[in-house]
Design a protein around this ligand. Structure first.
Ligand SMILES: [Cu+2]
Length: 470
Protein backbone atom coordinates (compact mmCIF):
# COMPACT_ATOMS: atom_id res chain seq x y z
CA UNK A 1 0.00 0.00 0.00
CA UNK A 2 2.99 2.30 0.42
CA UNK A 3 3.25 2.29 -3.37
CA UNK A 4 -0.21 3.64 -3.70
CA UNK A 5 0.39 6.33 -1.11
CA UNK A 6 3.63 7.52 -2.64
CA UNK A 7 1.98 7.64 -6.05
CA UNK A 8 -0.93 9.70 -4.77
CA UNK A 9 1.37 12.22 -3.18
CA UNK A 10 3.05 12.59 -6.56
CA UNK A 11 1.11 13.09 -9.78
CA UNK A 12 -2.26 12.47 -8.22
CA UNK A 13 -1.86 14.69 -5.17
CA UNK A 14 -5.14 15.93 -3.81
CA UNK A 15 -7.22 13.68 -6.00
CA UNK A 16 -8.49 11.52 -3.17
CA UNK A 17 -10.01 14.59 -1.54
CA UNK A 18 -11.52 15.83 -4.79
CA UNK A 19 -13.50 12.70 -5.49
CA UNK A 20 -15.69 12.91 -2.43
CA UNK A 21 -16.44 16.62 -2.57
CA UNK A 22 -17.02 17.33 -6.23
CA UNK A 23 -20.24 15.39 -6.64
CA UNK A 24 -22.95 17.47 -4.96
CA UNK A 25 -25.11 15.84 -2.33
CA UNK A 26 -28.19 15.86 -4.52
CA UNK A 27 -26.15 14.39 -7.36
CA UNK A 28 -24.63 11.72 -5.14
CA UNK A 29 -28.06 10.60 -4.01
CA UNK A 30 -29.02 9.64 -7.55
CA UNK A 31 -25.68 8.09 -8.45
CA UNK A 32 -25.52 4.32 -8.30
CA UNK A 33 -22.91 2.85 -5.99
CA UNK A 34 -19.46 2.41 -7.54
CA UNK A 35 -18.21 -0.92 -6.22
CA UNK A 36 -14.44 -1.32 -6.17
CA UNK A 37 -12.27 -4.39 -6.21
CA UNK A 38 -8.83 -4.70 -4.71
CA UNK A 39 -8.09 -8.37 -5.42
CA UNK A 40 -6.51 -9.55 -8.66
CA UNK A 41 -7.99 -13.04 -8.29
CA UNK A 42 -10.53 -14.29 -10.84
CA UNK A 43 -14.00 -13.46 -9.52
CA UNK A 44 -16.84 -15.98 -9.88
CA UNK A 45 -19.22 -15.16 -12.76
CA UNK A 46 -21.79 -12.56 -11.73
CA UNK A 47 -25.12 -14.35 -12.14
CA UNK A 48 -27.84 -11.82 -13.04
CA UNK A 49 -30.46 -11.29 -10.36
CA UNK A 50 -32.80 -9.20 -12.51
CA UNK A 51 -33.51 -8.21 -16.08
CA UNK A 52 -33.30 -10.66 -18.96
CA UNK A 53 -31.43 -13.89 -18.15
CA UNK A 54 -27.98 -14.53 -19.67
CA UNK A 55 -24.96 -16.78 -19.24
CA UNK A 56 -22.35 -14.63 -17.49
CA UNK A 57 -18.71 -14.54 -18.57
CA UNK A 58 -15.58 -15.04 -16.48
CA UNK A 59 -12.97 -12.27 -16.61
CA UNK A 60 -9.60 -13.92 -16.11
CA UNK A 61 -8.04 -12.34 -13.00
CA UNK A 62 -10.85 -9.80 -13.08
CA UNK A 63 -14.46 -9.17 -12.21
CA UNK A 64 -17.83 -7.95 -13.52
CA UNK A 65 -19.38 -4.65 -12.47
CA UNK A 66 -22.67 -5.01 -10.56
CA UNK A 67 -25.53 -2.78 -11.80
CA UNK A 68 -28.86 -1.57 -10.58
CA UNK A 69 -32.15 -1.41 -12.44
CA UNK A 70 -33.79 2.00 -12.30
CA UNK A 71 -37.07 2.60 -14.16
CA UNK A 72 -36.21 -0.07 -16.68
CA UNK A 73 -32.65 1.19 -17.27
CA UNK A 74 -29.50 -0.70 -16.26
CA UNK A 75 -27.28 1.73 -14.39
CA UNK A 76 -23.54 1.33 -13.90
CA UNK A 77 -21.00 3.59 -12.23
CA UNK A 78 -17.40 3.65 -13.41
CA UNK A 79 -14.78 5.63 -11.50
CA UNK A 80 -11.60 6.44 -13.42
CA UNK A 81 -8.80 6.58 -10.85
CA UNK A 82 -5.20 5.70 -10.01
CA UNK A 83 -4.92 2.06 -8.94
CA UNK A 84 -2.26 -0.39 -7.85
CA UNK A 85 -2.29 -3.64 -9.81
CA UNK A 86 -0.33 -6.73 -8.90
CA UNK A 87 1.10 -8.07 -12.20
CA UNK A 88 2.18 -11.28 -10.46
CA UNK A 89 3.16 -11.99 -6.86
CA UNK A 90 6.24 -9.83 -6.24
CA UNK A 91 5.37 -6.97 -8.58
CA UNK A 92 2.97 -4.10 -7.92
CA UNK A 93 2.42 -1.45 -10.56
CA UNK A 94 1.00 2.06 -10.35
CA UNK A 95 -1.64 2.24 -13.04
CA UNK A 96 -4.76 4.14 -13.92
CA UNK A 97 -7.93 2.12 -14.15
CA UNK A 98 -11.53 1.94 -13.06
CA UNK A 99 -13.10 1.03 -9.73
CA UNK A 100 -9.86 -0.07 -8.10
CA UNK A 101 -8.42 -2.19 -10.90
CA UNK A 102 -6.82 -2.26 -14.33
CA UNK A 103 -8.42 -3.43 -16.48
CA UNK A 104 -11.68 -1.97 -15.23
CA UNK A 105 -14.56 -4.30 -14.41
CA UNK A 106 -16.30 -6.14 -17.24
CA UNK A 107 -19.73 -4.75 -18.13
CA UNK A 108 -22.36 -7.32 -19.09
CA UNK A 109 -25.73 -6.42 -20.59
CA UNK A 110 -28.34 -8.04 -22.82
CA UNK A 111 -29.20 -7.13 -26.40
CA UNK A 112 -31.97 -4.53 -26.27
CA UNK A 113 -31.11 -3.29 -22.74
CA UNK A 114 -31.33 0.41 -22.08
CA UNK A 115 -28.04 1.28 -20.44
CA UNK A 116 -26.92 4.31 -18.41
CA UNK A 117 -23.29 4.58 -17.34
CA UNK A 118 -22.08 7.22 -14.92
CA UNK A 119 -18.36 7.98 -15.27
CA UNK A 120 -16.64 9.84 -12.43
CA UNK A 121 -13.14 11.15 -13.09
CA UNK A 122 -10.70 10.92 -10.17
CA UNK A 123 -7.64 11.26 -12.40
CA UNK A 124 -5.44 14.37 -12.42
CA UNK A 125 -6.43 15.11 -16.04
CA UNK A 126 -9.56 14.99 -18.19
CA UNK A 127 -10.80 11.70 -19.63
CA UNK A 128 -13.73 10.20 -21.56
CA UNK A 129 -15.00 6.70 -22.29
CA UNK A 130 -15.41 5.35 -25.79
CA UNK A 131 -17.66 2.29 -26.08
CA UNK A 132 -15.69 0.38 -28.74
CA UNK A 133 -17.93 -1.49 -31.20
CA UNK A 134 -21.30 -0.22 -29.96
CA UNK A 135 -23.90 1.09 -32.38
CA UNK A 136 -25.03 4.20 -30.54
CA UNK A 137 -25.98 7.85 -30.94
CA UNK A 138 -22.90 9.76 -32.09
CA UNK A 139 -22.89 12.01 -29.03
CA UNK A 140 -22.47 8.96 -26.77
CA UNK A 141 -19.35 7.72 -28.57
CA UNK A 142 -16.97 9.27 -26.07
CA UNK A 143 -14.43 10.99 -28.33
CA UNK A 144 -13.09 14.06 -26.53
CA UNK A 145 -13.31 17.19 -28.63
CA UNK A 146 -15.31 15.45 -31.37
CA UNK A 147 -18.45 14.22 -29.62
CA UNK A 148 -18.11 15.66 -26.11
CA UNK A 149 -15.90 17.86 -23.96
CA UNK A 150 -13.42 15.95 -21.75
CA UNK A 151 -14.63 14.90 -18.31
CA UNK A 152 -12.60 17.21 -16.07
CA UNK A 153 -11.08 15.91 -12.81
CA UNK A 154 -13.77 15.51 -10.19
CA UNK A 155 -16.67 15.64 -12.66
CA UNK A 156 -19.19 12.93 -13.44
CA UNK A 157 -20.61 12.40 -16.93
CA UNK A 158 -23.48 10.16 -17.92
CA UNK A 159 -23.70 8.03 -21.08
CA UNK A 160 -27.00 6.54 -22.26
CA UNK A 161 -27.70 4.19 -25.14
CA UNK A 162 -29.41 0.95 -26.09
CA UNK A 163 -27.20 -2.14 -26.37
CA UNK A 164 -28.41 -2.80 -29.89
CA UNK A 165 -26.54 -5.95 -30.86
CA UNK A 166 -25.07 -8.93 -29.06
CA UNK A 167 -21.32 -9.34 -29.16
CA UNK A 168 -17.83 -8.72 -27.82
CA UNK A 169 -16.78 -5.14 -27.08
CA UNK A 170 -14.54 -3.03 -24.90
CA UNK A 171 -14.32 0.44 -23.41
CA UNK A 172 -11.35 2.78 -23.14
CA UNK A 173 -10.61 6.51 -22.99
CA UNK A 174 -10.62 8.65 -26.12
CA UNK A 175 -8.75 11.42 -24.28
CA UNK A 176 -4.98 11.62 -24.00
CA UNK A 177 -5.23 8.05 -25.26
CA UNK A 178 -1.57 7.24 -25.54
CA UNK A 179 -0.93 8.07 -21.89
CA UNK A 180 -4.17 6.74 -20.49
CA UNK A 181 -4.04 3.39 -22.26
CA UNK A 182 -0.31 3.03 -21.52
CA UNK A 183 -1.39 3.42 -17.89
CA UNK A 184 -3.92 0.58 -18.18
CA UNK A 185 -7.28 2.29 -18.72
CA UNK A 186 -9.55 -0.23 -20.45
CA UNK A 187 -12.31 -2.68 -19.75
CA UNK A 188 -14.30 -5.47 -21.39
CA UNK A 189 -17.92 -5.23 -22.48
CA UNK A 190 -20.15 -8.17 -23.39
CA UNK A 191 -23.65 -7.78 -24.80
CA UNK A 192 -25.41 -11.13 -24.44
CA UNK A 193 -28.00 -12.31 -26.98
CA UNK A 194 -31.68 -11.82 -26.07
CA UNK A 195 -32.19 -15.56 -26.35
CA UNK A 196 -29.77 -17.14 -23.84
CA UNK A 197 -29.70 -20.35 -25.90
CA UNK A 198 -28.30 -18.51 -28.90
CA UNK A 199 -24.49 -18.75 -29.02
CA UNK A 200 -24.64 -20.56 -25.66
CA UNK A 201 -21.40 -22.09 -24.37
CA UNK A 202 -20.51 -23.79 -21.11
CA UNK A 203 -17.60 -21.48 -20.26
CA UNK A 204 -17.02 -18.00 -21.59
CA UNK A 205 -13.67 -16.35 -20.71
CA UNK A 206 -12.81 -12.75 -21.52
CA UNK A 207 -9.48 -10.94 -21.58
CA UNK A 208 -7.85 -7.75 -22.78
CA UNK A 209 -4.26 -7.65 -23.96
CA UNK A 210 -2.23 -4.64 -22.88
CA UNK A 211 1.45 -3.80 -22.71
CA UNK A 212 3.62 -1.71 -20.42
CA UNK A 213 7.10 -0.30 -20.35
CA UNK A 214 8.28 -0.59 -16.77
CA UNK A 215 11.97 -0.19 -16.08
CA UNK A 216 13.16 -3.10 -13.89
CA UNK A 217 13.07 -1.91 -10.31
CA UNK A 218 10.48 0.82 -10.88
CA UNK A 219 6.73 0.97 -10.23
CA UNK A 220 5.18 3.20 -12.88
CA UNK A 221 5.01 2.63 -16.65
CA UNK A 222 6.82 4.94 -19.05
CA UNK A 223 3.91 6.24 -21.09
CA UNK A 224 5.67 7.75 -24.11
CA UNK A 225 6.98 4.40 -25.33
CA UNK A 226 5.85 3.65 -28.87
CA UNK A 227 6.99 0.09 -29.54
CA UNK A 228 9.54 -1.11 -27.03
CA UNK A 229 7.26 -2.40 -24.30
CA UNK A 230 8.71 -4.95 -21.89
CA UNK A 231 5.66 -6.37 -20.13
CA UNK A 232 2.98 -8.07 -22.20
CA UNK A 233 -0.13 -8.68 -20.17
CA UNK A 234 -3.45 -10.46 -20.19
CA UNK A 235 -5.86 -8.39 -18.08
CA UNK A 236 -2.85 -6.52 -16.66
CA UNK A 237 -1.34 -9.76 -15.32
CA UNK A 238 1.69 -11.71 -16.50
CA UNK A 239 2.48 -15.39 -16.14
CA UNK A 240 2.87 -16.93 -13.57
CA UNK A 241 0.37 -14.42 -12.14
CA UNK A 242 -2.41 -15.55 -14.48
CA UNK A 243 -5.01 -18.02 -13.30
CA UNK A 244 -5.61 -21.11 -15.46
CA UNK A 245 -8.72 -21.34 -17.60
CA UNK A 246 -10.63 -24.39 -16.43
CA UNK A 247 -13.02 -26.52 -18.51
CA UNK A 248 -14.84 -29.79 -18.05
CA UNK A 249 -14.09 -32.44 -20.67
CA UNK A 250 -16.66 -31.95 -23.45
CA UNK A 251 -17.52 -28.36 -22.50
CA UNK A 252 -18.06 -25.87 -25.27
CA UNK A 253 -15.67 -23.05 -24.47
CA UNK A 254 -15.44 -19.49 -25.75
CA UNK A 255 -12.44 -17.24 -25.17
CA UNK A 256 -12.86 -13.59 -26.10
CA UNK A 257 -9.67 -11.59 -26.61
CA UNK A 258 -9.38 -7.85 -27.21
CA UNK A 259 -6.10 -6.17 -28.14
CA UNK A 260 -5.27 -2.69 -26.81
CA UNK A 261 -1.51 -2.93 -27.25
CA UNK A 262 0.52 -1.32 -30.06
CA UNK A 263 1.18 -4.58 -31.94
CA UNK A 264 -0.65 -7.70 -33.07
CA UNK A 265 -0.80 -10.93 -31.06
CA UNK A 266 -1.12 -14.36 -32.70
CA UNK A 267 -3.06 -16.17 -29.99
CA UNK A 268 -2.35 -19.88 -29.94
CA UNK A 269 -4.04 -22.78 -28.15
CA UNK A 270 -2.50 -26.24 -27.80
CA UNK A 271 -4.28 -29.59 -28.15
CA UNK A 272 -7.48 -28.21 -29.70
CA UNK A 273 -8.88 -26.71 -32.87
CA UNK A 274 -11.04 -23.62 -32.66
CA UNK A 275 -13.05 -21.32 -34.88
CA UNK A 276 -13.30 -17.56 -34.75
CA UNK A 277 -16.98 -17.25 -33.95
CA UNK A 278 -17.17 -13.52 -33.48
CA UNK A 279 -15.37 -10.20 -33.75
CA UNK A 280 -16.15 -6.77 -32.36
CA UNK A 281 -18.20 -6.37 -35.55
CA UNK A 282 -20.55 -9.22 -34.67
CA UNK A 283 -20.94 -12.97 -35.02
CA UNK A 284 -19.29 -14.79 -37.91
CA UNK A 285 -21.82 -16.89 -39.89
CA UNK A 286 -21.16 -20.63 -39.40
CA UNK A 287 -20.49 -21.09 -43.13
CA UNK A 288 -17.71 -18.49 -43.01
CA UNK A 289 -15.69 -20.02 -40.16
CA UNK A 290 -12.60 -22.18 -40.60
CA UNK A 291 -10.52 -24.25 -38.22
CA UNK A 292 -7.48 -22.66 -36.58
CA UNK A 293 -5.03 -23.25 -33.78
CA UNK A 294 -3.66 -19.70 -33.92
CA UNK A 295 -5.51 -16.52 -34.70
CA UNK A 296 -4.01 -13.09 -35.02
CA UNK A 297 -5.62 -10.36 -33.00
CA UNK A 298 -4.56 -7.06 -34.54
CA UNK A 299 -4.39 -3.76 -32.71
CA UNK A 300 -7.84 -2.57 -31.71
CA UNK A 301 -9.46 -5.89 -32.68
CA UNK A 302 -11.41 -8.45 -30.73
CA UNK A 303 -11.79 -12.14 -31.49
CA UNK A 304 -14.12 -14.67 -29.88
CA UNK A 305 -12.82 -18.18 -30.42
CA UNK A 306 -14.91 -21.29 -29.76
CA UNK A 307 -13.99 -24.93 -29.36
CA UNK A 308 -15.00 -28.15 -27.64
CA UNK A 309 -12.62 -28.97 -24.80
CA UNK A 310 -12.29 -32.58 -25.91
CA UNK A 311 -8.75 -33.35 -24.76
CA UNK A 312 -7.96 -33.78 -21.08
CA UNK A 313 -4.73 -32.16 -19.98
CA UNK A 314 -2.91 -28.93 -19.20
CA UNK A 315 -2.75 -27.06 -22.49
CA UNK A 316 -0.65 -23.99 -23.11
CA UNK A 317 -2.52 -20.86 -24.26
CA UNK A 318 -0.32 -17.97 -25.29
CA UNK A 319 0.72 -15.29 -27.73
CA UNK A 320 2.98 -16.91 -30.32
CA UNK A 321 5.47 -14.04 -30.36
CA UNK A 322 8.06 -15.48 -28.03
CA UNK A 323 9.07 -12.02 -26.81
CA UNK A 324 5.53 -11.65 -25.51
CA UNK A 325 5.81 -14.69 -23.28
CA UNK A 326 8.69 -13.17 -21.36
CA UNK A 327 8.78 -10.61 -18.62
CA UNK A 328 11.05 -7.56 -18.48
CA UNK A 329 14.85 -7.66 -18.91
CA UNK A 330 14.68 -9.77 -22.05
CA UNK A 331 15.30 -7.14 -24.66
CA UNK A 332 18.68 -5.49 -24.96
CA UNK A 333 20.68 -8.62 -24.20
CA UNK A 334 23.06 -9.72 -27.00
CA UNK A 335 22.86 -13.31 -28.23
CA UNK A 336 25.81 -15.21 -26.80
CA UNK A 337 25.03 -18.77 -27.81
CA UNK A 338 28.29 -20.47 -28.76
CA UNK A 339 30.46 -17.63 -27.50
CA UNK A 340 33.25 -18.66 -25.17
CA UNK A 341 33.55 -15.68 -22.92
CA UNK A 342 35.25 -17.24 -19.91
CA UNK A 343 38.21 -14.90 -20.24
CA UNK A 344 35.98 -11.86 -20.52
CA UNK A 345 33.94 -12.92 -17.52
CA UNK A 346 37.12 -13.29 -15.50
CA UNK A 347 38.20 -9.76 -16.39
CA UNK A 348 34.77 -8.32 -15.61
CA UNK A 349 34.75 -10.24 -12.36
CA UNK A 350 37.78 -8.29 -11.22
CA UNK A 351 35.74 -5.12 -11.68
CA UNK A 352 32.28 -6.43 -10.75
CA UNK A 353 32.50 -9.26 -8.25
CA UNK A 354 29.74 -11.83 -8.76
CA UNK A 355 29.17 -10.92 -12.43
CA UNK A 356 27.44 -13.71 -14.35
CA UNK A 357 27.47 -14.32 -18.07
CA UNK A 358 24.05 -14.86 -19.57
CA UNK A 359 23.15 -17.27 -22.27
CA UNK A 360 26.36 -18.95 -23.47
CA UNK A 361 24.50 -22.26 -23.68
CA UNK A 362 21.17 -20.73 -24.76
CA UNK A 363 18.82 -18.26 -23.20
CA UNK A 364 17.41 -20.52 -20.53
CA UNK A 365 17.30 -18.81 -17.21
CA UNK A 366 15.08 -21.39 -15.62
CA UNK A 367 17.60 -22.51 -13.08
CA UNK A 368 19.60 -19.33 -12.80
CA UNK A 369 19.18 -17.64 -9.49
CA UNK A 370 20.16 -14.03 -9.87
CA UNK A 371 19.42 -11.13 -7.60
CA UNK A 372 16.72 -8.98 -9.23
CA UNK A 373 15.98 -5.32 -8.61
CA UNK A 374 13.06 -4.76 -6.24
CA UNK A 375 9.56 -5.08 -7.75
CA UNK A 376 10.77 -6.98 -10.84
CA UNK A 377 9.75 -10.43 -12.02
CA UNK A 378 12.11 -13.03 -13.47
CA UNK A 379 12.12 -13.00 -17.29
CA UNK A 380 10.79 -16.52 -17.56
CA UNK A 381 9.40 -18.44 -14.66
CA UNK A 382 6.49 -20.41 -13.30
CA UNK A 383 6.93 -23.78 -11.69
CA UNK A 384 5.22 -26.72 -13.36
CA UNK A 385 5.01 -30.41 -12.51
CA UNK A 386 8.17 -31.07 -14.57
CA UNK A 387 10.19 -28.04 -13.54
CA UNK A 388 10.43 -24.44 -14.60
CA UNK A 389 8.05 -23.43 -17.41
CA UNK A 390 10.37 -20.66 -18.63
CA UNK A 391 7.39 -18.51 -19.52
CA UNK A 392 6.17 -15.06 -18.62
CA UNK A 393 3.88 -12.42 -20.11
CA UNK A 394 0.96 -13.50 -22.26
CA UNK A 395 0.81 -17.13 -21.23
CA UNK A 396 -1.57 -19.25 -19.23
CA UNK A 397 -2.89 -22.82 -19.16
CA UNK A 398 -6.20 -24.32 -20.25
CA UNK A 399 -6.95 -27.15 -17.81
CA UNK A 400 -9.39 -29.70 -19.21
CA UNK A 401 -10.66 -32.29 -16.75
CA UNK A 402 -13.32 -34.94 -16.61
CA UNK A 403 -16.23 -34.59 -14.23
CA UNK A 404 -15.82 -30.98 -13.12
CA UNK A 405 -18.93 -29.37 -11.73
CA UNK A 406 -20.74 -26.80 -13.85
CA UNK A 407 -19.64 -23.42 -12.61
CA UNK A 408 -16.55 -24.78 -10.86
CA UNK A 409 -13.64 -22.57 -11.88
CA UNK A 410 -11.23 -23.56 -9.13
CA UNK A 411 -7.76 -24.72 -10.12
CA UNK A 412 -7.84 -28.53 -10.32
CA UNK A 413 -4.05 -28.77 -9.90
CA UNK A 414 -1.66 -30.26 -12.46
CA UNK A 415 -2.87 -32.91 -14.91
CA UNK A 416 -2.17 -36.52 -13.98
CA UNK A 417 -1.10 -38.11 -17.23
CA UNK A 418 -2.16 -41.72 -17.92
CA UNK A 419 0.79 -44.10 -17.57
CA UNK A 420 3.02 -44.23 -20.63
CA UNK A 421 1.72 -41.01 -22.24
CA UNK A 422 4.50 -38.59 -21.26
CA UNK A 423 7.59 -37.90 -23.39
CA UNK A 424 10.56 -39.47 -21.63
CA UNK A 425 14.23 -40.17 -21.93
CA UNK A 426 14.92 -43.12 -24.20
CA UNK A 427 16.78 -45.80 -22.33
CA UNK A 428 15.88 -48.78 -24.55
CA UNK A 429 18.17 -51.20 -26.40
CA UNK A 430 20.93 -49.37 -28.26
CA UNK A 431 20.63 -46.19 -26.21
CA UNK A 432 24.03 -44.48 -26.27
CA UNK A 433 25.08 -46.11 -29.56
CA UNK A 434 22.61 -44.34 -31.84
CA UNK A 435 23.37 -44.19 -35.57
CA UNK A 436 24.30 -40.66 -36.68
CA UNK A 437 21.30 -38.51 -37.52
CA UNK A 438 20.86 -37.48 -41.18
CA UNK A 439 22.52 -34.14 -41.94
CA UNK A 440 21.89 -31.46 -44.51
CA UNK A 441 24.59 -31.13 -47.21
CA UNK A 442 27.54 -29.04 -46.18
CA UNK A 443 29.90 -26.92 -48.28
CA UNK A 444 32.91 -28.74 -46.87
CA UNK A 445 33.41 -32.43 -47.55
CA UNK A 446 32.39 -34.43 -44.54
CA UNK A 447 33.62 -37.91 -43.66
CA UNK A 448 31.39 -40.70 -44.92
CA UNK A 449 28.89 -41.79 -42.34
CA UNK A 450 29.95 -44.80 -40.38
CA UNK A 451 27.61 -47.74 -40.33
CA UNK A 452 24.18 -47.17 -41.77
CA UNK A 453 23.82 -45.88 -45.30
CA UNK A 454 21.75 -42.80 -45.84
CA UNK A 455 18.76 -42.97 -48.11
CA UNK A 456 17.55 -39.39 -47.87
CA UNK A 457 18.24 -37.46 -51.08
CA UNK A 458 17.83 -33.90 -52.09
CA UNK A 459 17.27 -32.89 -55.74
CA UNK A 460 20.53 -31.86 -57.37
CA UNK A 461 22.83 -33.50 -54.86
CA UNK A 462 24.33 -36.96 -55.00
CA UNK A 463 23.95 -37.75 -51.37
CA UNK A 464 23.59 -36.12 -48.01
CA UNK A 465 27.30 -36.10 -47.31
CA UNK A 466 28.02 -33.56 -50.04
CA UNK A 467 30.74 -35.81 -51.53
CA UNK A 468 30.04 -35.18 -55.15
CA UNK A 469 29.40 -31.50 -54.97
CA UNK A 470 32.76 -30.12 -56.03
CU1 LIG B 1 1.94 -11.04 -28.49
Amino acid sequence: MTNRRSFLTGAGAGITALGASLVSRAGAASLPEAPTHTSSATAAPLVPTGGRPYNPVVTLNGWTLPWRMKDGVKEFHLVAEPVVREFAPGMQVNLWGYNGQSPGPTIEVVEGDRVRIFVTNKLPEHTSVHWHGQLLPCGMDGVTGLTQPGIQPGKTFVYEFVARHAGTFMYHPHADEMQQMAMGMMGFWVTHPKNPRQHAVDRDYVMLLSSYDIEPGSYTPRTNTMLDFNLWTINSRVFPGLDPMVARLGDKVRIRVGNLTMTNHPIHLHGHRFEVAGTDGGWVPKSARWPEVTTDVAVGQMRAIEFVADAPGDWAFHCHKSHHTMNAMGHDVPTLIGVDHRGVAEKINKLVPGYMVMGDKGGSMGDMKMPLPANTLPMMSGDGPFGNLEMGGMFTVLKVREGLKRGDYSDPGWYRHPAGTVAREWTGAGAGTLPPAPRAPDARPAPAPVGQAMDARKPGTKDMTGHEHH
